[in-house]
Design a binder for this molecule. Structure first.
Ligand code: PGA
Length: 251
C-alpha cells in the first residue's frame, strides 16, 4: 500500500512574513491531527530556512523548487543540493514545466540535476507532462516516454526508489482545467508500466506518482481515489491554508 504524498509548490510567491503567516495557519489547523499522508511544502529559496524552523515540531516536510547540479563554483544565481540540505530540505522539485518552457531546461540538464540531488540525499520530485498541442496530436505517451528516458538516464534501481514522479499535463497547470480522473489514471498507469519495464515490478509498485494541474479541494477526492494516483503536486491551491488543508484531508 503506497502512502499518498501531498506537496505544495509555492512557486514565486510569499516573502518571509507571508510565508510565516501561511505556515502558522497550516500548522494550527493540522495541530493534533493524525495525517494519513505525507505533506511537503516547497517555498521559494528565501523562505526555506524560516520555513524549516517553523515546521520543526510538525510532520510537514520541506522541499525546494529547483537547484543546480554542480556542487559549488562560479554559477551566479544558482543553488546547490548541499545548500538545500543545509536548510533542512528533504525534497526538490525538478523538471517542472515552467522550468522546461520559460527557462528552456532540457531532459539532459534535468537528468544531471536528478543525479546530483540523489547524490546529496535529496529526494527528487521529477515532473513530466505533455502540452495541449502534444495531446491534441495524440503524442502524450510519446512525450512522457522521452521525458522519462532522458530524465532517468543512468539512474540505478536503488536510486529510483527515492524518486517521486509528478505527472503534470501542461495544459492543466494554473488553467483551472484539470485532467479527468480517467485521463490522469490512464497516464499514471502508463508511467508505472514504463518503470516496471525499465526498472522492476517492485520499484514500480512502490513508486509514488503524483498528479498535478489545477488540483483543488473540490476535485482532489476523485483524483486521489484512482488506483495509480498516489498524491498531488498542488500550485495555486496551496497558497491558501484552508484549500491546501482540505486537499490533505481529502486523502
Ligand atoms: P496549479 O500548479 O495547481 O496551480 O495548476 C501545479 C504545479 O504547477 O505544480
Amino acid at each position: 500500500m503506497r502512502k499518498k504524498v501531498i506537496a505544495g509548490n509555492w512557486k514565486m510567491n510569499n516573502d518571509i512574513s507571508e510565508s510565516q503567516n501561511l505556515i502558522s495557519k497550516m500548522t494550527s489547523r493540522l495541530n493534533g491531527k493524525q495525517l494519513k499522508c505525507d505533506v511537503i511544502i516547497c517555498p521559494p529559496f528565501t523562505s526555506l530556512s524560516e520555513a524549516n524552523s517553523l515546521i520543526k515540531n510538525t510532520s510537514i516536510k520541506l522541499g525546494a523548487q529547483n537547484m543546480y547540479f554542480k556542487e559549488s563554483g562560479a554559477f551566479t544565481g544558482e543553488i546547490s543540493a548541499k545548500m538545500l540540505k543545509s536548510v533542512g530540505c528533504e525534497y526538490v522539485i525538478l523538471g517542472h514545466s515552467e522550468r522546461r518552457t520559460i527557462y528552456k531546461e532540457q531532459d539532459k540538464l534535468i537528468n544531471e540535476k536528478i543525479k546530483a540531488a540523489l547524490k546529496a540525499e535529496l529526494k527528487p520530485i521529477f515532473c513530466i507532462g505533455e502540452t495541449l498541442e502534444e495531446r491534441e496530436a495524440g503524442k502524450e505517451k510519446e512525450v512522457l516516454t522521452k521525458q522519462l528516458s532522458g530524465g532517468l538516464d543512468e539512474i540505478s534501481l536503488d536510486q529510483m526508489k527515492k524518486i517521486i514522479i509528478a505527472y503534470e499535463p501542461v495544459w492543466a497547470i494554473g488553467t483551472g482545467k484539470t485532467a479527468s480522473p480517467q485521463q490522469a489514471e490512464d497516464m499514471h498507469q502508463f508511467i508505472r508500466n514504463y518503470i516496471k519495464d525499465d526498472f522492476s515490478t517492485d520499484v514500480a509498485e512502490n513508486l509514488v506518482i503524483q498528479y498535478g494541474g489545477s488540483v483543488k479541494p473540490d476535485n482532489a477526492r476523485e483524483l486521489l481515489s484512482q488506483r495509480n494516483i498516489d498524491g498531488a503536486l498542488v500550485g495555486g491551491a496551496c497558497l491558501i491554508a484552508d484549500s491546501f488543508i482540505s486537499i490533505i484531508e481529502s486523502v
